[in-house]
Write a protein that binds this ligand. Structure first.
Ligand code: XMP
Length: 516
């Protein structure tokens, strides 16, 4: 297994919000990469025999007492080292150069020019746009180092000791705002560290399967399967590793989209041949939600009941040691567990709140991956497109899209309208690409209309479609008028009880993506 990883890169985390992005860029370049705490043991950091090290950025100042430091073994290894931002300052500080607070802080775009030929900037234009984000700067590089690139604000935008293969860049090559940043990282990987391109989804799967088998041994694993991409891919991966030792529980709470529960059960039970317990808890949830209209109360009711139903099923099973979750990197990004040196610490529990007697150990094989990487793994595992490319769907599901009281008939109306919108978007090629999230919302208001010769007085559907990369901000999708016209006509004609369709043209902020 470790053969796959020879030649990979160990990224040392000094607390930058971009650390995982560095590892992700390297994986995009086909080289294995993993993030380690900056003070991790040499045995751990070197466990896959990395071809080089990258030191991340971070919020501290290297000259302050207690600042995260550079472990000596990294320098003694004889392997190439690239320091990024704080990482560059750390290299400088450790090797006898001078770092100080910059008179002018630099946050945002900058242009650098290379001052000297070096493998780091091989085959790149003489002038490069990059993204800076730093308050300290290099005043004097360490002995043996030369300035490789300069910016208006600093003669040391990049430095290097070509004989020892130590490099530092003040800017962030890993972010999209440094358009040639990936080429610079590629030069570090292929020109300097002599890595080979061999990290692929198939290699990740082989490696994860081996790791899961080693961790789990003869024990049993339980998975909460929601039907979403992350739990589906985690499930398929773990199933490939340990087969019958995995049991999945799928709770149908009645708030799913049209046909979704049946699809999940069919795909995992029949196609994946997974041991799947499907719990039909629709009535239980509808009873508990009866009369609940306030959005947070809906969320709390569903969250609590989900834990109760799941725990009751879990207790019926014997000898479960691990709880598998489809946690992915963006889920842990704000978690204290995410980074030792990160400054903002918020608690984040993906599926928290299980009773104390269910004392499972967590198994989270996708923890280091981003969503698009998870999708590639899902495709490689042979999961159907409908699951791999499913849009994000909130845990409380349609409960927070069916505004007001939750009755089965209202949920069915919403499901029918939502399915029409989804199928028209899919036909127009706008479901998988073009909208990040798109759905129907049922409003608890009635409006007057005219159908045939009769006056109608029925409920209103809102169509919501947004474009976004990170779901923190979003814009409403500029859908073609013809498509909207078709969806509207179909909904009022095909869904009884709806006589008006509107399109939401609010961005986030000030709106949110969901309506509740
Ligand atoms: P908002 O509405 O806050 O949504 O702009 C941002 C993203 O989060 C999803 N979302 C949720 N996901 N449980 C979830 O698992 C929830 O209670 C929840 N509320 C919102 C939303 O679908 C969007 O992708």
């Amino acid at each position: 297994m470790d053969k796959l990883k020879c030649g990979g890169i160990a990224v040392l985390d000094y607390g930058s919000q971009y650390t995982q992005l560095i590892a992700r860029r390297i994986r995009e370049l086909g080289v294995y990469s993993e993030v380690y705490a900056y003070d991790g043991s040499a045995a751990r950091i070197n466990r896959h025999d990395p071809a080089g090290y990258i030191l991340s950025g971070g919020p501290e100042s290297v000259y302050q007492a207690g600042a995260p430091c550079l472990q000596r073994f990294l320098l003694d290894s004889g392997k190439p080292v690239l320091g990024i931002c704080y990482g560059m300052q750390l290299l400088t500080h450790a090797l006898g150069g001078l770092v100080d607070s910059a008179a002018q802080k630099e946050y945002g775009p900058a242009t650098i020019t290379h001052a000297q030929r070096s493998p780091l900037f091989d085959n790149l234009p003489g002038e490069l746009d990059v993204w800076m984000s730093h308050g300290d700067r290099i005043e004097a590089p360490p002995p043996g180092f030369a300035a490789l690139a300069e910016s208006e604000n600093s003669p040391y935008a990049a430095i290097g000791d070509l004989s020892r293969q130590y490099y530092g860049v003040q800017f962030h090559p890993e972010v999209n705002h440094s358009p040639q940043g990936k080429d610079i990282l590629a030069n570090f990987l292929f020109e300097i560290c002599r890595c080979r391109e061999q990290w692929t989804p198939a290699a990740f799967i082989d490696d994860s399967v081996a790791r899961i088998r080693k961790t789990v041994g003869d024990e049993h694993v339980l998975l909460a399967l929601s039907g979403g991409v992350d739990s589906a891919v985690a499930g398929a991966l773990i199933h490939r590793a340990i087969g019958e030792q995995l049991t999945a529980i799928f709770v149908d709470h009645g708030m799913l989209r049209l046909g979704e529960a049946d699809d999940v059960i069919r795909v995992f039970r029949q196609e994946q041949e997974m041991s799947l317990i499907a719990v039909n808890a629709v009535e239980l949830f509808l009873d508990a939600l009866s009369g609940v209209t306030e959005p947070e109360a809906k969320r709390k009711t569903i969250g609590k009941l989900f834990i109760d139903v799941f725990s009751a099923e879990a207790r019926k099973l014997q000898d479960i040691r691990f709880l598998a979750q489809g946690t992915i990197y963006p889920d842990v990004i704000e978690s204290a567990a995410g980074s030792k040196a990160a400054k903002t610490i918020k608690s984040h529990h993906n599926v928290g709140g299980l009773p104390a007697d269910l004392n499972f150990e967590l198994l989270e094989p996708l923890r280091d991956l981003f969503k698009d990487e998870v999708r590639k793994i899902g495709e490689e595992l042979g999961l159907p497109e409908a699951i791999v490319w499913r849009q994000p769907f909130p845990g409380p599901g349609l409960a927070i899209r069916c505004l007001g009281e939750l009755h089965w008939e209202r949920l069915e109306k919403l499901r029918a309208a939502d399915a029409i919108f989804a199928s028209e978007l899919a036909d127009a090629g706008l479901l998988r690409r073009g909208t990040a999230q798109s759905f129907a919302v049922l409003l608890p208001v009635k409006s007057v209309g005219v159908m045939g010769d009769n006056r109608s007085y029925e409920e209103v559907i809102v169509l919501r479609a947004v474009t976004t990369d990170d779901f923190m901000t979003a814009d409403w999708a500029r859908l073609p008028y013809d498509l909207l016209a078709r969806v509207s006509a179909r909904i009022v004609n095909e869904v009884a009880g709806i006589n008006r369709v509107t399109y939401d043209i609010t961005s986030k902020p000030p709106g949110t993506i969901e309506w509740e």
